[in-house]
Write a protein that binds this ligand. Structure first.
Ligand code: NAP
Ligand code: GLV
Length: 306
């Protein structure tokens, strides 16, 4: 079995060596134009030339959860596309989102400003009941995040395409459930995949439906958010703030108004990083299972877009 590795913005060598060690029976190498045809590929953001060069691929294993960049390409027609299924990301996402929610809820930025002035002052405790958190996307990451927030006793709501039942989470689904979901949410967390249906889903019309003093946490993809609408709603006082980890253009350009906005916190797409060892172990296991004809989880529905 031959496996080709194509990682656009990271060094391929550690991935090649790791996958080779995990699959000694395979021949693993970094893709170069004109490389011999492979059975499987392990990729992150490959160029179109890679797909054109390897039309015979049977499986493409993405080293991330989101496949929006991959699905923009003309992919080898028969290749099964497989996304990372947690692989150590859900706990990172849970800690990141809980931190963002608690930082806002407990007014930790205001305490940091007090500290800078050696000021000892209390703020009135806020009630969790006044801070319902709504998680858009109840998949691998969204469910873990929702349950972590519920463990801190926040009222948690969740929204997905199909109806879901998640312990401790009030679940809504589909277009029919979206308005009710938003209307009872004060802190909105985006953990949707980026698809034709979800692009620009956080805009003036939807964000205006949140409870007063809404707060936005985007940890999915930058294009879920309409940047100008967020800034306008913050400046009008309709929203209280935002924690943004993902952006339409990454790295976020230095002149982008998000950087300097006093109500926005920016982090560099770091909420849940791909962990190399876990990811290689997962992908190696799936390649073995797939090549034996066994079912694997994380197969992407190309039509649906995730
Ligand atoms: P997932 O398991 O595929 O879950 C996606 C969830 O979104 C599912 O609950 C799905 O509904 C829901 N959904 C999809 N389209 C919808 C629609 N039109 N309306 C309502 N709900 C919809 O994905 P995941 O592993 O949790 O990852 C989610 C996303 O997080 C990734 O696609 C990626 O963009 C992002 N991500 C970001 C980072 C980071 O560092 N910032 C790291 C990893 C991933 P159903 O349950 O009905 O299918
Ligand atoms: C990161 O953003 C991922 O999709 O894994």
């Amino acid at each position: 079995m031959r496996i080709t590795v194509c990682c656009s913005d990271t060094k391929a060598a550690p991935w090649v060596d790791g996958l080779q060690a995990a699959l000694p029976e395979a021949e693993v190498s970094e893709w170069q134009p004109g490389a011999p045809p492979a059975d499987y590929a392990m990729v992150w953001s490959p160029p179109q030339a890679f797909c054109d060069d390897q039309p015979q691929l049977k499986g493409i294993f993405n080293t991330g959860a989101g496949v929006d960049a991959l699905l923009k390409l003309r992919l080898p027609p028969d290749a099964v596309v497989v996304r990372l299924d947690d692989a150590g990301m859900s706990v990172q996402m849970a800690e990141f989102v809980c931190h963002a929610v608690i930082r806002h809820f407990r007014e930790l930025d205001a305490y940091a400003r007090d500290e800078a002035q050696s000021r000892w002052g209390f703020r009135k405790p806020r009630l969790r009941a006044d801070f319902p958190v709504g998680v858009m996307g109840l998949g691998v990451l969204g469910q873990r995040v929702a349950q972590a927030l519920a463990a801190f006793e926040f009222p948690v709501r969740g929204w997905s395409r199909r109806a879901r039942d998640v312990a401790g989470v009030q679940c809504f689904s589909g277009d029919a459930g979206f308005a009710d979901f938003l209307a009872g949410t004060r802190v909105l967390v985006c953990l949707l995949p980026l698809t034709d249906d979800t692009r620009g889903i956080m805009n003036r019309a939807t964000l205006s439906q949140l409870l007063p003093g809404g707060y936005v946490i985007n940890v999915a993809r930058g294009a879920h958010l309409v940047d100008e609408d967020l800034i306008a709603l913050l400046d009008e006082g309709r929203l209280a703030g935002a924690a943004l980890d993902v952006f339409r253009i990454e790295p976020l350009p230095t002149e982008h108004p998000f950087w300097a906005h006093p109500k926005i916190t920016v982090t560099p797409h770091t909420s849940a990083r791909t962990l190399r060892e876990e990811s290689i172990a997962q992908i190696a296991g799936k390649i073995r299972a797939f090549s034996r004809g066994e079912p694997i989880v994380g197969v992407v529905d190309r039509q649906r877009g995730y």
